[in-house]
Design a binder for this molecule. Structure first.
Ligand code: ISE
Length: 333
């Protein structure tokens, strides 16, 4: 059976998802695309083959030729579009964040729970990155003892013009929020955002240090620096009682030349997490076929947004902020 996917959003991520779906994922066909800009839709159709074009994303969601929906539109549109997918009972992979507000996330969870069916997956692709998967496997194996501290680094080359200081948390640090929950298997109880000296190459608070206190006492520190200039660089080291587990940068070669050995950093997250994106999409398509969910759930999407929002309060107040979560519905355990 071929799953006909409708893609909402033909920007950077939408185009990349279109490429991966059309070239690297089996059992799927890109059947429709929606974007406010006709030229961007046309580029996807020209490059990746015939797909119907919709100006209104809700028309795409309701269309009989679309079995499942991939949302890659701007962050603030995610929640309403995910709800529209649930209205018609279609599986949806929603790019992170699930929704900008906690209230909207709660509406998605409530609706999914009432339907009695897991239809929403959130695109926290790092859960499919071989490095983080192995980090979790080694921690769960127990040979290194209990986790104590997780150090994370998340650096982008240069922030797009629409990026704001709060977005370092809601758009970038949400990945560390999600992946630390995934690796450690714990919830975040308190968030503090520390603001170091600012780079002169940006007019917002950049970098920021996001500190997550997990409910078993593990502390996660994440440096988020979105104008780091030199390359896209994501690192993590999990310090345990009897050793530590570090991600190794996934490059194909190192080059020895002129007295030094080096490797190249990617420009952004697409090459760095290429394998993760591909596995995430393949797992999503497989899960639609099998009915067994894979990847981050709507609950995970809700928690990431709730923790990020606590981070926003801490950024504004300078104080640590407690995270208060709803009770987890049984369908997400
Ligand atoms: C972007 O939206 C992403 O999701 C990337 O993975 C992240 O590294 C980047 O900081 C975000 O702006």
């Amino acid at each position: 059976m071929t799953i006909r996917v409708g893609l909402i959003g033909a920007g950077v991520m939408g185009s990349d998802h279109a490429r991966i779906l059309s070239t690297a994922v089996s059992g799927v066909e890109l059947s429709a695309v929606s974007d406010p800009e006709a030229a961007r839709m046309a580029r996807i159709v020209e490059t990746f083959g015939p797909a119907r074009m919709f100006t209104d994303p809700v028309d795409l969601i309701r269309d009989g030729g679309v079995d499942a929906v991939l949302i890659a539109s701007p962050d603030q549109t995610h929640g309403a579009l995910a709800l529209a997918c649930l209205d018609v009972g279609k599986p949806v992979l929603c790019e992170k964040p699930l929704a900008a507000s906690v209230e909207e996330c709660v509406r998605v969870i409530g609706k999914e729970q009432a339907m009695g069916k897991r239809l929403v997956t959130v695109g926290y692709m790092r859960r499919f990155d071989p490095g983080y998967v192995e980090m979790k496997r080694r921690l769960d194996g127990g040979e290194l003892g209990a986790a104590l501290v997780m150090h994370c680094i998340h650096r982008n080359v240069a922030a797009p013009s629409f990026m704001t200081a709060p977005m370092l948390i809601t758009n970038s640090a949400v990945h560390e929020i999600d992946i630390s929950r995934f690796v450690l298997g714990r919830e975040v109880r308190r968030v503090s955002v520390v603001t170091p000296r600012r780079t002169r190459l940006s007019n917002m608070q950049d970098p920021q240090i996001v500190l997550l206190e997990m409910n078993d006492g593990v502390v996660v520190d994440a440096e988020i620096f979105v104008n780091a200039q030199y390359g896209y660089d994501v690192r993590a080291e999990l310090v345990c009682e009897k050793g530590s587990i570090s991600l190794t940068p996934p490059h194909d070669v190192t080059v020895a030349h002129s007295g030094s050995e080096s490797f190249a950093f990617p420009d952004d997250w697409r090459p760095r997490f290429a394998l993760a994106y591909r596995s995430e999409l393949q797992a999503w398509v497989g899960a639609i076929g099998s009915g067994v969910p894979a990847g981050a759930s709507a609950w995970d999407g809700y928690v990431a947004t709730a923790v990020a929002n606590a981070g926003l309060k801490s950024l504004a107040s300078g104080e640590p902020t407690e995270v208060k979560l709803e009770a987890r519905p049984a369908c997400y355990s």
